[in-house]
Write a protein that binds this ligand. Structure first.
Ligand code: G4F
Length: 332
C-alpha cells in the first residue's frame, strides 16, 4: 500500500487530495499544527468524513525538526507539500511571515525528504501567481514569471528550490503551476467564496450588500476536486516535470457575480458595492492558463466548467444557510 504525507491536509486542496488518495488505496498521513488538533471541531472540519481513516501528525512549516521527524517516522512514498500562507492580500500585510512559511517551509520539506527519505517523490504546490503580469496570454510552462506580490515571489522561490533539489540531488520533485481552483470548501477570504456566501445570505435576507475590490480582475477558475487529480498524476510519471494546470477559460470577478446572483434570481448590480479597501497595492489583472502539456502527458482534463462551479458553490452556501437557520432541518 503506497504511503502519502500531505502538508496542508486541513485545507481545501488537502482534504480533496486525501479523499482521492484513500480511494486509490493509499495510507494517508497529514501534517497539522498542534492548535488544529486541539480545536478539531473547527480546524479539521473539512476532514470530517475521513478523520478515522487518516493519521495526523503535529508539525509546523516553521520547524525543520518537526518536518524532519514526520518524514523520518512515516517514510512516505509521496509527499504533497500544499501547506502555505496562501492569501495574496495578506502577503502584502505581512510579507515576512509569508516568506518564512512559504520559502523556509518548502526548503524544510525538501531537505527533510533529502535526508530522511531520499527516494520519496515530492509534489510542490506552485501557483499561477508566479506569472503575475505575464508578458503573454495564455500562460504555459515556458512563459516568463513576473510575480506581483510577496505571495507570488514566495511561490516562485519555492518553485526554484524544487527545481534545484531535482537537478542537484536527482530527487523526484514536481511543481504544479495551478491556476485558481475553488469549491464549497474554499476559505471565505477568497473572492469566489466571499461572493457565493454573500449571495446566499443576501437571498436569505440576512444582509443586503457585497463589498468587493477590482471587478475587472480576470481569473481562470476551476474546481479544486479536478485539480488534485493532476497533482497525483504528476507523481506517477516516469520523470519529474512541472505542469500548468488550468481550465483555459477566464472570467472577470464581475462575471462571477453576475452568474452567482442570477442563479438565485437576483441582479448583482443591486447588491455589489465597489470598496477601494479591497484593492491590492499591486494587482494581477489577468491570468489564463494553457494546460496543453498536462492534458497531453498526464491525460488530465477538468470535469467541472465555470458555470457548474458557480452553481455548485452557491447551492452549497444556500444549503449551509438553510441548515444554520433551521429551515433545512425542518424540511427534512
Ligand atoms: O480569490 P482571490 O483572493 O485569489 P488570487 O489572489 O487570484 O489567489 C488565489 O489563486 C492563486 C492561484 O491558484 C493561488 F495561488 C492563491 O493562493 C489563491 O488561492 O482574488 C482573485 C481576484 C484578485 O484579482 C482580487 O483583486 O479577485 C479580486 N478581488 C476583487 N474583490 C477580490 C475582491 N479578492 C478578494 N479576496 N476579496 C475581494 O473582495
Amino acid at each position: 500500500m503506497p504511503r502519502a504525507l500531505i502538508t496542508g491536509i486541513t485545507g481545501q486542496d488537502g482534504s480533496y487530495l486525501a479523499e482521492l488518495l484513500l480511494s486509490l488505496g493509499y495510507e494517508v498521513h497529514g501534517l497539522v499544527r498542534r492548535v488544529a488538533l486541539e480545536d478539531a471541531r473547527h480546524r479539521l472540519s473539512r476532514l470530517e468524513g475521513i478523520r478515522d481513516r487518516i493519521t495526523l501528525h503535529s508539525g509546523s512549516l516553521e520547524s525543520f525538526a518537526s518536518l524532519y521527524r514526520a518524514v523520518q517516522i512515516i517514510q512516505p512514498d509521496e509527499v504533497y507539500h500544499l501547506a502555505a500562507q496562501s492569501f495574496v492580500s495578506y502577503s502584502f500585510e505581512d510579507s515576512f511571515s509569508t516568506f518564512r512559511s512559504n520559502i523556509d517551509g518548502t526548503h524544510f520539506v525538501l531537505e527533510s525528504v533529502r535526508q530522511a527519505a531520499p527516494h520519496c517523490k515530492v509534489y510542490f504546490a506552485g501557483s499561477s501567481e508566479m506569472f503575475g503580469n505575464a508578458p503573454e496570454t495564455p500562460q504555459n510552462e515556458q512563459t516568463r514569471f513576473c510575480p506581483r506580490s510577496p505571495y507570488g515571489i514566495s511561490k516562485l522561490t519555492g518553485y526554484e528550490l524544487s527545481r534545484n533539489y531535482r537537478e542537484a540531488y536527482g530527487m523526484f520533485v514536481c511543481s504544479g503551476i495551478l491556476f485558481n481552483h475553488e469549491s464549497p470548501r474554499r476559505g471565505y477570504e477568497f473572492v469566489t467564496r466571499k461572493i457565493t456566501s454573500h449571495v446566499a445570505r443576501i437571498k436569505q435576507g440576512q444582509i443586503r450588500d457585497l463589498p468587493l475590490g477590482n471587478l475587472e480582475a480576470r481569473r481562470d477558475w476551476g474546481f479544486a476536486g479536478d485539480f488534485v487529480r493532476a497533482m497525483h498524476m504528476m507523481l506517477q510519471q516516469p520523470t519529474p516535470q512541472d505542469y500548468v494546470v488550468a481550465t483555459g477559460q477566464s472570467h472577470t470577478v464581475q462575471e462571477f457575480c453576475e452568474l452567482a446572483f442570477s442563479h438565485v434570481g437576483l441582479n448583482w448590480e443591486n447588491h455589489v458595492i465597489v470598496d477601494p479597501n479591497f484593492y491590492r497595492p499591486a494587482e494581477v489583472f489577468e491570468l489564463t492558463g494553457d494546460s496543453t502539456k498536462a492534458r497531453r502527458e498526464l491525460g488530465w482534463q477538468p470535469d467541472v466548467d465555470f458555470a457548474g462551479l458557480v452553481r455548485m458553490m452557491v447551492d452549497a452556501d444556500m444549503e449551509d444557510g438553510l441548515r444554520a437557520s433551521g429551515f433545512g432541518l425542518r424540511r427534512e
